[in-house]
Design a protein around this ligand. Structure first.
Ligand code: GAR
Length: 221
């Protein structure tokens, strides 16, 4: 592994909303706590506030509006072309609220990460905090995983748990989950930048060790 190469990994981040995870990762890159640099931030809608925040930071931004496409596949192909134009080593989905088809996933397989606000495989899809509360769960959390063609189904790399207390609201869970997201997502992005992570047919590997269903450190639970 070349030190120079690992310090210069090109990261493209995709957002749909407020982009706080994107900002956190960009900051950690700027502080050299993540061995990469954010070369572009892309949104699927012009009003994603994360795009304005990225522009304020002086990051390259682009919007590819899904509304202008008639099929999911056509959008994903155009998105893949746009992302490819930035020659990324790592592609980070940070609150990018789109179901992705093979057109997008395949070109970036093994270098495409997502963060999902639940302890996968629990609560794939939307409204995870609401569902955890409605089910009376006492713990909840967040997962970083490799993206595959199965929605929220790619191998988990790292999870963080949070407690759920009596009387908690959706906002309480969202805030608690966000705090954990800001800890674990940069860590995983850094592992990928440093070529410590690999997606294999058997699952996710860290330093050559196959990770379990809950990702790294599952044995400590
Ligand atoms: C994050 O909590 C992330 O886990 C979630 O969207 C939020 C984005 O926040 N992602 C998903 O729900 C993906 N299915 P941010 O825009 O402030 O980073």
């Amino acid at each position: 592994m070349s030190l120079i190469a690992s310090q210069n990994k090109r990261i493209v981040i995709l957002v749909s909303g407020s982009g706080t995870n994107m900002l956190n990762i960009a900051e950690q890159c700027a502080e050299q706590r993540v061995a990469g640099k954010v070369v572009a931030v892309i949104a699927n809608k012009a009003d994603a506030s994360g795009i304005a925040k990225a522009a304020e930071l002086g990051l390259e931004t682009a919007v590819l509006a899904h509304r202008n496409f008639t099929s999911r596949e056509a959008y994903d192909q155009a998105l893949a072309e746009l992302v490819t134009s930035y020659q990324p080593d790592v592609v980070v989905l940070a609150g990018f609220m789109r179901i992705l088809t093979a057109e997008f996933v395949q070109p970036f397989q093994g270098r495409l990460l997502n963060i999902h606000p639940s302890l996968l495989p629990k609560y794939k899809g939307l409204h995870t905090h609401e569902r955890a509360l409605a089910n009376g769960d006492t713990e909840h959390g967040v997962s970083v995983h490799f993206v595959t063609e199965e929605l929220d189904g790619g191998p988990v790399i790292l999870q963080a748990k949070i407690p759920i207390f009596d009387g908690d609201t959706i906002d309480d869970l969202q805030q608690r989950v966000h705090e954990q997201e800001y800890r674990i997502y940069p860590l995983v992005v850094n592992w990928l930048c440093n070529e410590r992570l690999r997606l294999t047919a058997a699952g996710a590997e860290l330093d050559g060790q196959l990770l379990g269903p809950s990702g790294y450190a599952a044995e400590d639970e």
